[in-house]
Design a protein around this ligand. Structure first.
Ligand SMILES: Nc1ncnc2c1ncn2[C@@H]1O[C@H](COP(=O)(O)OP(=O)(O)OP(=O)(O)O)[C@@H](O)[C@H]1O
Ligand SMILES: [Mg+2]
Length: 228
């Protein structure tokens, strides 16, 4: 399902010792369906932005609106349910549950969403096959290579068919080839009209996105570029 993701005058100021850190200056933007790359130096505010878009962090001012829903007007548990229904996440470290197999990790969000066991299993298997891991379904995270674990994490993020996919440096720890594979897996939902927001330090990765936001000292600017 296509859901418009909007930041409206979104800002975040962190208290820090005596003073404050303005991690995100007021920012208004509608994320079009497709892939938006978020680039900028370390400490510029990229993860701050993503965490606000996810509702993991609360804005100092402004709103995050997804479809018709004001994310921070929901209760904590309402927001968790909303995320489960509409969001997928991928981080630099895969965040798989260590005591669950690859298959169980991918099934996990479906279990929370109350999807019946058989359907859960079938959907998780299909996703793992899609990321090329049909032979690794029974492996525990510790038995997977970094790239495999990241692909399991991606399968888990995609299995609920989220309208919004947020990724913070998902290719950062991977070699070029595996990183490209993960990128392809993120581009597919973007091409299918989902909204994918991808933080990356990699200019080649950013060049594959449909749009680029550049963050500098908490200020987010839309980058216009000529597609070749
Ligand atoms: N919880 C927090 N409390 C105080 N300051 C914070 C907090 N989280 C982030 N900051 C500060 O906000 C600024 C932006 O941090 P952020 O994590 O968004 O950067 P980033 O662009 O994601 O960097 P990187 O590329 O290194 O991941 C930094 O100066 C950071 O020190
Ligand atoms: Mg970061």
């Amino acid at each position: 399902m296509t859901l418009l993701l909007k930041a409206e005058n979104l800002s975040r100021v962190y208290p820090s010792g005596e003073g404050q850190v303005t991690a995100l200056r007021p920012f208004t933007h509608t994320f079009a369906p497709g892939m938006t790359a978020v680039v900028g130096p370390s400490g510029s505010g990229k993860s701050t932005l993503l965490n606000l878009l996810a509702g993991f962090d609360t804005p100092t001012a402004g709103r995050v609106v997804v479809g018709d829903t004001d994310l921070h007007r929901l209760t904590e548990s309402g927001r968790a349910d909303f995320r489960l229904a509409h969001y997928g996440f991928v981080f630099q470290s895969h965040n798989l549950v260590a005591i669950l197999s690859a298959q169980e990790n991918v099934e996990f969000p479906l279990m929370l969403a109350g999807v019946p066991p058989r359907e859960r299993r079938d959907r998780a298997r299909a996703l793992l096959a899609q990321v090329g891991l049909e032979k690794r379904t029974g492996h525990m995270p510790a038995q997977l290579s970094g790239g495999e674990a990241q692909r399991v994490a991606l399968a888990r993020a995609l299995v609920g068919e989220p309208g919004v996919l947020l990724a913070d440096e998902p290719t950062g720890n991977l070699d070029t080839k595996t990183g490209n594979e993960v990128l392809e897996l993120l581009l597919a939902p973007a091409k299918a009209g989902r909204t994918v927001v991808l933080i990356t330090h990699d200019a080649e990765v950013a060049a594959r996105a449909d749009y680029t936001l550049r963050v500098r000292d908490g200020e987010v600017r839309e980058e216009t570029r000529v597609r070749v």
